[in-house]
Design a protein around this ligand. Sequence first.
Ligand SMILES: [Zn+2]
Length: 54
Amino acid sequence: MLTYEYLCKECQVLFLVILSMAEHDHIQVECPHCHSAEVTQQFSTFFAKTSKKS
Ligand SMILES: [Zn+2]
């Protein structure tokens, strides 16, 4: 199982999805917040993990 990071275009929320590679190829990921399918997979942010201070 691998962790994929997605950004929702609708509500601009980053979320993680844990999928097998086979699932990743076939599953339509949707935003857990607004259930939009307009999501884009994020790369490299996993390692360049900028702290979100609030
Ligand atoms: Zn969303």
